[in-house]
Design a protein around this ligand. Sequence first.
Ligand SMILES: [Zn+2]
Length: 373
Amino acid sequence: MAYTVPKLTDYSAAALERAAGECIAVCSRESASVRSDADLKAFRDRWMARKNGILTQINDLWLKGAPKEAKREAGIRVNDVKMAVADIIDKAEHIRLELSTAIGDAVDISLPGVRRPIGAEHPVVKTRNEIVSVFERLGYSVAEGPVVETDYYNFEALNFPPNHPARDAQDTPFIAGQQLKPQRERLLLRTHTSPVQIRTMEKMRPPIRIVIPGTVHRNDPPDASHSPMFHQIEGLAVDTNITFGDLKGTLDHAMKALFGSSVKTHFRPSFFPFTEPSAELYVTCFICGGSGKRGTDNAPCRPCKQTGWIEVLGCGMVDPNVFEFVKDNGYDPKKVSGFAFGMGSDLIFLLKYEVDDLQLFFQGDVRFLQQFS
Ligand SMILES: [Zn+2]
């Protein structure tokens, strides 16, 4: 039944409040049944019309009709109703406007379409995909693992015993509040993608060939060549009779695929706790072609520091001590051998495109990123 404004006989505060509340509720209910512009007009007129609209009636019946001592309270309540009704009508108009605009948009096929810019791969992702696809073509599959790691996977199982000095060099960001746990269970942000080697060997029996792309963290303040977060790609091949010759052949092929068939590779002895022997891989500078000089004026080549060689990754034969941790899953160091390598994929991109500031990749400036899309 349609609402009619009641005449009040009781002007107590409670009675006024009840009457005002009921009136607002009715208005709100009626607004929900507005379906068309005509409905909206009728609704607005019923409540707001100067002559005989519901608000006018309330003013007349509740305020003008109130005894002197109740005028103040009645005035407050009438005002409440007016404000609430204005608000409800405002909302109803807004909804109506939005709906009619949406319908207009939906049917006007004569307007030109909205051209949305198509996104492109971020340089970091693009480089990762390029490197990964080189190894996929060699039969490698992709493995991934958690960024928050335990001390065991990040260090211990990779042949960094507790108190090993190489742990310092990693500048590890540890998760707070881990002191009560045994050391091997303490959580940290992984400092390399190598824990995934162990995790994969725990799950898969040999032979395996995997590449592991991922985000890693070090406690380095950001500057042109350092970032507390960066990206690595790591590889692992384990089988019977894998030799250093396989390592050299695989990486030589990969470098030519990445940097062009004319690059030469060069291995220099190095040290990593989880490989023995270990090496750093250098490629001939693809900027100056290995001469150390650039252009007709023989300017010094910066990327290779005029040496003609650029270090791109670390590698080596998997240390038998590492296999001991997964021996029960078929990795008996007397029966299997393997090689591993790891590179900073952001670094590869910096080198390839001669970008001189690593931070540019992580600042999200589209003007910079667009150049590589
Ligand atoms: Zn150079």
